[in-house]
Design a protein around this ligand. Sequence first.
Ligand code: ACO
Length: 384
Amino acid sequence: MLVEPLNPVINPGLEGVIAAQTRLSSVDGQAGELIIAGFPLEELAERATFEETVYLLWYDTLPTAAQLESFQAALAAYRSLSETALTLLRGAAQARVPVMDALRMAASTLSLQPSSTLGADSGQNALAVVAAFPTIVAAYWRLLTGQEPIPPRSDLSHATNYLYMLTGQVPSPERVRGLETYLNTVVDHGLNASTFAARVIIATQSDMISAIVGAIGALKGPLHGGAPGPALDMVFEIGQADQAEAYLRAKLERGERLMGFGHRIYKVRDPRAEVLSAAAERFYQADGNLALYELAKAVEHTAVDLLAEFKPGRKLQTNVEFYTALLLHGLDLPTELFTPTFAIGRVGGWTAHCFEQQALGRLIRPQSVYAGPKDRQWLTVEWR
Ligand code: ACO
């Protein structure tokens, strides 16, 4: 016999529940506005280096030239991976583990650093995770594709060094700018699922590495950070603009979701899609081939129209993932690296939220309503 819940007000997705006050970012889903530590996204994303953005989130101010220089050096000092991490990545590559799982496993090895034990300096741990993410992802990708990892260079910027470790080539300034715009765009986004996971973990007075490892697990799912790969696959499968309607209509008739569309908060076009679409257009224009960009635009328009037809009133618009796919593809990143590259950006926000939650010092502990029976009687195994 099931017992009826006593309290019928259950909110399984926590929509509308405000569980934190933050200075890090403001998401206005009705106006389509994203503020990062006081800066409208459009003001910041195209201008800041990733190091400047992380500094801004951690210290609530832009760094002076001297502060920036020492922050860059502090991060660069944490780029190398331990032998243990590299051995683990080699084993993971042999087992062909997905990149996000390899990132999660290797991020755990950052606990091997002497500073990382429970109660230790979170600042050192935060530097270590932000600095090491690109090295882990690049090293793992090279191992997975039968190549030896390329050690990080401390004389390159965070974004430059990531692209360098993937290919062995120092990338052009346009490529670095494209990547930095992307990393800045996704660095923080209110109390999204992975950030919430990190805050829940750190709020128990656990350590920074544990919080970040939990956040990686949350980000990996297709309803959060796992959508850009499938979004790009969809554009490629469509192939030409006049096929978009038939393809997307068939998908919706089968009850499938269109990846890169819809958002829990945004009911208008995601402002990050706007920034990334502009960055992608500039990038493809500079490359002299706008064909894929134009196809993606056509797919976007058709998808938004069809979603309005199939899901009237749901206000399903383009989300960040759609143009993420296009921009990262333009940077020659394989689809398998899209979500890990999202993590390389978002870890800046996760760490900042951990600092904020630590300063607050409040355990996060919601409640559940019991919906099961209360009168069961024990049966020994032979009677079940
Ligand atoms: N395609 C088709 N239908 C959709 C889509 C979509 N992309 N998104 C939502 N819907 C429909 C749902 O089926 C549902 O329909 P119903 O009311 O008839 O049952 C309705 O719209 C509302 O959907 P919910 O799932 O309740 O909305 P929620 O706020 O939980 O979902 C989410 C947000 C998960 C992002 C959803 O829009 C989705 O699955 N999108 C596709 C995946 C994607 O792009 N993920 C990346 C998100 S961006 C990020 O996290 C960084």
